[in-house]
Design a protein around this ligand. Structure first.
Ligand SMILES: Cc1cc2nc3c(=O)[nH]c(=O)nc-3n(C[C@H](O)[C@H](O)[C@H](O)COP(=O)(O)OP(=O)(O)OC[C@H]3O[C@@H](n4cnc5c(N)ncnc54)[C@H](O)[C@@H]3O)c2cc1C
Length: 561
């Protein structure tokens, strides 16, 4: 996204750090592994495609410019929209957020991807302050248990398995070596993030030059309500006005159909030029007013329910999310400083809510801090997220289940694109078309990655898993799986999304081993390769050993009061 400011700052390169932050300063797209203190030098500046620092603030709006933005909803999406708009528009345009405490927020969404750090950095947020105030912990990836087959365990870490060799990913060389040498250690031992997670260690990457020991990235787990509150304070300090009230109607322009005002139950009216619908699953404006329609992906992502419950924090603070497959879905475990977040995502066609609740409570590793909360959803996306002068961001634009913590990432991107394609009052439909194209593409890329986890399974111990093994999948994913299974190559449709390393982690973790080796790798000298792999592994082992434990790092740098 050359030339864009906030969008560039939050561009998504999820898994791999291949260049040092210094090197990236000229390239405009920070990699996920950038250390917290680098990448963006000033709260108000981000790097654009030309490598120069650009001020975020707008100095004036045109005559036809938007005079007032109205955000509907004060959940994670609402405040993640309000905060960067407040910074970007710098008081030149009124911003109002309307929320209803009576309805409340969805109250989940506590695991993220590394791009959250670029989002926070673009706002000038101090990492340690943020971690303290949101009870956050660090996340190096996700541990998958019982996926593929019962007893299986693998890790999807934020990072790679070594830099490419001769233009091919390092894992392809590992595949060749492991075929030749039966005692070759698991590929996971060449992933810094995985080695750190397995040893419960954490320290941020800090190198100035690309190095083995810096080849990882990290994200956060945080308390969703505290994150929304953190951004609320940020946005309100920068001029965003908050209105508490229940919206029960809208006024539209008789000719254009544009929304002109929200009507609140108590009789108040909130006028505006641009309306951002962050009203959650209900899609109050995008669906309620504009009837955008919904693309339903339940056939390939059948889970439609979740129950969530916090429990007392565990003795060990793990630097990763845990996802454990169950007979009709999976459970999550998200460690925070003050408690552990837990949930069970399942399909109610294959189990009952009572049984799902029991599975959730049986799996807790601490005392439950309340009753499980029931949630329902339909996996899919809104046909259009931007219609006329209404832009849907967050759950109102669609939902993919939280298996890879992608929803908040899609919010980051959507806000970046809204700023990149910020309209005048006429809201040119071409801008909406471009926004809708990007969002659609993003949802589809993420959908494929999540479906992969279900589709490739040897589990036949329940009707749910037998359904998943047989269900239809998109051709794009079919090609990906077959390409890897037959040749070890990958089809990466989205260079800014999940990388070859991410796909490799999931495919291998689920038991897909390529049938053939790359013919050019086949012709290489094994001795040299073995030496290369052995020395890298040794460096990773020693570096991880020298790192502090996750809890120790937090207590030294960012423990919540
Ligand atoms: C089970 C589950 C687990 C998840 N886990 C993750 C995760 O680990 N990682 C991740 O990235 N994402 C996750 N998500 C998604 C994440 O929770 C959401 O993307 C995020 O919380 C954004 O929600 P939101 O702000 O769009 O909606 P909500 O939180 O529902 O907010 C909607 C807002 O709209 C307001 N509103 C609605 N109607 C009205 C009205 N009539 N008048 C006034 N106000 C109104 C409400 O009061 C509220 O403030 C998960 C989602 C689910 C369902």
């Amino acid at each position: 996204m050359p030339g864009s400011s906030l969008a560039a700052a939050i561009a998504w390169r999820c898994a791999t750090r291949t260049k040092s932050t210094k090197a990236l300063k000229g390239k405009g797209v920070p990699a996920c592994g950038a250390a917290p203190s680098d990448g963006i030098d000033d709260a108000d500046q981000v790097l654009a495609g030309d490598g120069k620092a650009h001020y975020l603030k707008v100095t004036s709006m045109s005559n036809n410019g938007i005079r007032k933005v109205v955000i509907v909803g004060g959940g994670t999406a609402g405040w993640m929209t309000a905060a960067p708009l407040a910074l970007k528009l710098g008081g030149r345009c009124e911003i109002v957020l309307v929320e209803s405490p009576e309805i409340g927020t969805v109250g989940v969404g506590e695991a993220t991807l590394p791009t959250i750090r670029y989002f926070n950095h673009a706002l000038g947020i101090d990492d340690a302050d943020f971690v303290r105030k949101t009870q956050a912990t660090f996340k190096l990836g996700i541990e998958f248990k019982d996926w593929g087959h019962v007893g299986n365990r693998f890790f999807h870490g934020f990072g790679d398995f070594g830099p490419p060799i001769d233009n091919r990913p390092a894992y392809m060389y590992w595949l060749r070596l492991s075929r030749a040498f039966k005692d070759m250690p698991s590929y996971e031992q060449w992933s810094m993030a995985t080695a750190m997670a397995r040893n419960n260690r954490f320290a941020p990457p800090h190198g100035e030059l690309p190095s083995i020991t810096d080849a990882y990235s990290y994200a956060y787990h945080f308390d969703a309500s505290l994150y929304a509150a953190y951004l609320r304070d940020y946005a309100m300090q920068r001029g965003v006005a908050r209105i508490e009230g229940m919206i029960d109607g809208v006024e539209q322009h008789p000719e254009t159909g544009f929304i002109t005002a929200l009507k609140l139950r108590d009789g108040r009216r909130v006028e505006g030029d641009l309306f951002v619908d962050c009203s959650g699953f209900r899609g109050l404006l995008i669906e309620g007013v504009f009837k955008a329609g919904y693309v339903d992906w339940s056939v390939m992502l059948p889970c439609n329910s979740a129950q969530a419950v916090p429990c007392a924090k565990a003795a060990q603070l793990t630097p990763y999310t845990t996802s454990t497959a169950k007979s009709a879905g999976w459970t999550w475990r998200i460690p925070l400083q003050h408690r552990t977040g837990n949930g069970h995502v399942y399909c109610d066609g294959f189990t009952t809510d009572e049984e799902a609740g029991r599975v959730l409570l049986d799996g807790l590793d601490g005392e439950a801090l309340g009753e499980p909360r029931q949630l329902r959803f339909t996996t899919g996306r809104r046909r259009k997220a931007w219609i006329k002068n209404c832009v849907a961001i967050g759950l109102s634009s669609g939902f993919l289940e939280p298996l890879e913590s992608t929803s908040i990432n899609i919010i980051e991107l959507a806000v970046g694109w809204l700023i990149q394609y910020f309209p005048n009052r006429d809201c040119r439909p071409e801008l909406a078309d471009e926004f809708n194209r990007l969002i659609t593409e993003r949802y589809e890329f993420v959908r494929d990655f999540i479906v992969l986890h279900y589709k490739v399974t040897e589990r036949s111990d329940s009707a749910f898993w037998r359904y998943c093994a047989d269900m239809p999948i998109p051709d794009t994913l079919k090609h990906q799986i077959e390409l890897f299974r037959e040749t070890g190559h990958m089809a990466i449709y989205d260079p800014q999304g999940f990388s070859t390393s991410s796909y490799f982690s999931i495919l291998m973790g689920l038991g897909v081993v390529p049938k053939q080796d790359d013919p050019l790798i086949d012709a290489m000298q094994f001795d040299q390769l073995l030496g290369h792999f052995a020395s890298r592994r040794e460096i990773i082992t020693q570096t991880v050993k020298a790192m502090p434990e996750h809890a120790q790092h937090i207590s030294q740098h960012c423990r919540a009061p």
